[in-house]
Design a protein around this ligand. Structure first.
Ligand code: SF4
Length: 480
């Protein structure tokens, strides 16, 4: 999972790129990169947070079109050579960044190497760039046009299996955005009153730039804004939408709206549905406490559905990275205690119902239950807004090896004992889908990490390949 931004304007875009990228910093803290274009590409990449890209000002990033990216590592290591965006100058100038994961990466890489095309990184964005450049070149022999771009992206859709919401600079022509045919990853589009167009992974990036019109790139759609700020868009393929449901559980900012659904409202609904499960357990908690930050909204609605007070009993140190997106298990464990501190007064002597967004490996949940008990809780119940996670995500979330999932090998009762809770209540998968669909009935979701129903072809060989890559990457990390 990553965040991208693309901007085309009549004036310099670097300052706008910096504000927008910082608004989606939560989508990846591993590395950041930016490319602007003013007749040549200007590139800056840096490990860590987006702010470091712009620490010495904007002068070195001139141009009225640019793209930027914040990385959450999936395929590829943690090196700066794998940071997005990527650019190529042949057969013409093209720069690209994306959010997602290419499932047939190895197959396509081999195909390219047979044509002596070299990839200089392990990042699938470089591969997507290579394919887009081949296809634009093949389809624009005479001259570039929106029609030829549509032909190129149509061909790319046929070749590339996976999730990808991508933004690209086409040198001298404009800015292009496209979204995979199932729309697994989000992509929003906004326009400011001065004619500037902004594409981004989440609408929060558009809000902070003062966009007047905000919408989404449809699944299978290509959008092109030319250098005179004329917009062209076409849906190339119509398949049932399969948006990543995990965006609503965990990943997206609550103030974003994704494909017409407010993330905050979705989380409120998750709390209401989860309350029905809690009622079946006949528990009598004294207080509902969210595990900050993603479970906050769900805890509020759950507490009001149960008629139990809601309190902030665990306080987060904002300056420690999100546990889930720390790229190694050792770092994850270490960061839980550094990240959360209990308010003893809200917990001591009480039956506490903790609300969290998900359980992957169980280590974080165990540490949180221990922390709550150490603050004097009489009993600790653990409610989760997501159902049990059992299947790897091959589309870009860091859950890629089957052995990582506690729910794959253990029953709910065993998990309860492992995390040390007095009760464990999971959301049901049907309720998860119903809760979010209640806000937009026509939408469909990817739920593969819960039920193994992958919306694109995923073979056992691909799962093994991705697992091997993941394990190789973990071994390369210091401290694991
Ligand atoms: S497998 Fe899960 S995390 Fe991955 S895209 Fe599908 S719903 Fe999202």
């Amino acid at each position: 999972m990553c965040g991208f931004v693309g901007i085309i304007s009549a004036t310099e875009v670097a300052p706008l790129l910096s504000y927008a990228l910082m608004a989606i910093q939560h989508r990846g803290q591993d590395a950041a990169g930016v490319i602007t274009y003013d007749g040549r590409f200007h590139v800056k990449k840096s490990p860590g947070l987006a702010v470091s890209l712009f620490s010495d000002g904007y002068e070195h990033l001139p141009g009225s079109v640019g793209i930027a990216h914040t990385r959450y590592p999936t395929i590829g290591g943690g090196g700066i050579e794998d940071a997005q965006p990527f650019f190529t100058t042949t057969p013409f100038g093209l720069a690209l960044a994306h959010n997602g994961n290419i499932v047939n990466y190895e197959e396509l890489k081999t195909e390219l190497s047979l044509r002596r095309r070299v990839l200089n990184s392990e990042c699938d964005a470089e591969l997507l760039l290579a394919i887009l450049s081949e296809e634009i070149d093949r389809n624009s022999k005479e001259c570039f046009s929106f029609d030829s771009l549509c032909e190129a992206v149509q061909s790319l859709f046929k070749r590339v299996n996976g999730s990808y919401s991508a933004v690209a600079i086409i040198a001298g022509e404009g800015l292009c955005v496209f979204r995979d045919p199932l729309g697994i990853k989000p992509a929003s589009l906004g326009k400011r009153s001065d004619g500037t167009y902004i594409a981004a992974s989440e609408t929060v990036a558009l809000d902070i730039l003062g966009c007047e019109k905000i919408g989404d790139v449809a699944p299978g759609e290509v959008v092109f804004v030319d250098r005179n700020l004329n917009i062209f868009r076409k849906r190339l393929i119509e398949k049932p939408h399969r948006l990543c449901i995990f965006e609503f559980i965990y990943f997206a900012r609550p103030d974003s709206v994704m494909d017409g659904i407010s993330v905050y409202e979705a989380r409120l609904r998750l709390g209401e549905y989860l309350a029905e499960q809690v009622k079946r357990f006949k528990l009598r908690p004294d207080v509902v406490i969210p595990v900050p930050d993603t479970a906050r909204a769900a805890a509020v609605s759950l507490s009001s559905s149960l008629g139990v007070p809601h309190r902030e009993g665990l306080i987060k140190n904002r300056y420690i990275g999100r546990t889930f997106i720390m790229p190694s298990e050792a770092k994850r464990r270490e960061s839980v205690r550094m990240k959360l501190n209990p308010i003893r007064r809200e917990i001591e002597g009480k039956k506490v119902l903790l609300v969290d967004d998900s359980i992957v490996r169980g280590n974080t949940s165990r540490a949180i239950v221990e922390l709550t008990r150490s603050a004097g809780a009489k009993e600790v119940f653990f409610a989760v807004t997501a159902p049990p996670l059992r299947h790897p995500c091959v589309y870009g979330i860091d859950m890629q090896t089957r052995s990582e999932f506690i729910a794959r090998q253990k029953t709910e009762e065993e998990i309860r004992r492992i995390i040390g809770a007095d009760a464990l209540i999971y959301q049901k998968l049907d309720d998860l889908v119903a809760a979010i669909k209640s806000l937009r009935p026509t939408i469909g979701f990817c739920t593969a990490c819960f039920n193994g129903d992958y919306p694109t072809p995923v073979s056992e060989a691909v799962l093994k390949q991705i697992e091997a890559q993941r394990q190789r990457y973990q071994l390369q990390l210091p401290g694991t």
